[in-house]
Design a protein around this ligand. Structure first.
Ligand code: PLP
Length: 373
């Protein structure tokens, strides 16, 4: 065993004093949640940052996704074309909304949904496409839009990994009918727990505001059978502070990623995720695909070697959501063979803004030592 433990991620935080200054007014106003001042400020700041007309804040990204599926009034039992190579939330949100996920395979090149395989999956029950900008890689938004328009389908992006990512200069908040962001503590930008839906449709945004607050539209008017998914003032205050430091956060992550790349690119049997054309990266994750035939060791060997040295990498995303125990017998993971194979070979290495380059070197040394000639 050596040195201090390195987790796969570590939350960034503003200075203690900065956060205290931000929350001080709350002791005066005693307005702690329900569309408070901080909530209003953060929504406005995010609309400006994303360049999008409507940002609706939520207590977390998952409920944002469930709420937008509800607000779109998709038919019960409707099919939603999505990817199994994602966090539990994406698939669970579909199922918990009474909809049926239909899994589409992903591309080897960037792990996002393979747009060329979407159309054959469309049936008369298909109502939406829910792709994931996985690891911050942007889906083929143009082709997905074309398919959606041709078949009158809604598009909801799980953009949880893409805070700060732009494609052709446009934030991923602006693609599809709606985009969901997660502001969980482990994300590039966070509000402790939190999330948002970005959409162009003002009516959809208004419905979301009501649905996240029990469906209450006014003092004597309740329009929807909504739940409670509101962001509180302490979360919003954390967001206001973190947004001030976002550029610095991304720049520091970039440094870490560049160090990883300089040490690990070109190694036989290890595939690193390539930059995409026209995409401004946010350096959210550092996934590595290990090909055991060429590398000599498999993903699990590398995972264990790191763990023995107190370094906690993550098998993210393994297993596929379609292979979860809770879905036993419902889906067939082997129908998305590329996703299945990548899930068995992927390891995400530790990445956060304060990760020291010495630690990156230590991690790379251990990974490279796993390579058998
Ligand atoms: C983090 C995450 C979510 C869920 O967000 P929470 O804010 O944790 O509820 C959904 N999808 C993906 C891909 C995520 O990484």
């Amino acid at each position: 065993m050596s040195d201090k433990i390195i987790m796969v991620t570590r939350s960034s935080m503003p200075d203690f004093e900065e956060y205290c200054r931000e929350i001080k007014d709350l002791w005066e106003s005693r307005w702690l949640t329900n569309n408070g001042t901080k909530h209003g400020i953060l929504e406005k700041q995010l609309e400006d940052y994303f360049g999008t007309p409507n940002v609706t804040l939520f207590t977390n990204g998952h409920l944002a996704l469930e709420n937008v599926l509800e607000a779109m009034d998709l038919p019960k039992g409707g099919e939603v074309i999505t990817t199994p190579f994602t966090f539990a939330s994406t698939t669970h949100a579909i199922v918990r909304s009474g909809l049926t996920p239909v899994f589409c395979d992903i591309k080897r090149s960037d792990y996002t949904i393979d747009e060329s395989l979407i159309e054959p999956l469309i049936t008369d029950k298909t109502c939406a496409i829910l792709p994931v900008h996985v690891y911050g890689k942007v889906c083929n938004v143009e082709e997905i839009q074309r398919i959606a328009e041709k078949h009158s389908l809604k598009v909801i992006y799980d953009a949880a990994h893409t805070f700060g990512v732009t494609y052709k200069g446009i934030s991923t908040a602006n693609f599809g009918d709606a985009a969901m962001f997660s502001f969980h503590a482990t994300k590039v930008f966070h509000t402790i727990e939190g999330g948002a839906i970005c959409c162009r449709d003002d009516n959809l945004a208004r419905r979301l505001c009501d649905i996240k607050n029990f469906g209450i539209h006014g003092p004597e008017s309740t329009l929807y059978i909504g739940g409670n998914a509101k962001m509180n003032e302490f979360q919003a205050a954390m967001g206001i502070c973190n947004l001030r430091h976002l550029d610095e956060e991304i720049a520091k992550r970039k440094n870490v990623v560049e160090r990883y790349c300089s040490r690990l690119s070109g190694v036989d049997g290890m595939d690193l995720c390539k930059d995409q054309p026209y995409v401004e990266n946010n350096y959210a994750y550092f996934p590595v695909i290990f090909n055991p035939e060429k590398f000599g060791s498999d993903r699990d060997d590398v995972f264990s070697a790191l763990a023995q040295n107190n370094i906690m990498a993550r098998k993210y995303f393994y297993p596929l959501t379609s292979a979860f125990e809770c879905y036993h017998g419902r889906f067939e993971p082997q129908k998305t063979p590329i996703a299945l194979r990548l899930s068995q070979r992927v390891l995400t290495l530790p990445l956060y803004s304060d990760l020291e380059l010495d630690c990156v070197d230590r991690i790379c040394d251990i990974v490279l030592r796993c390579k058998k000639q």
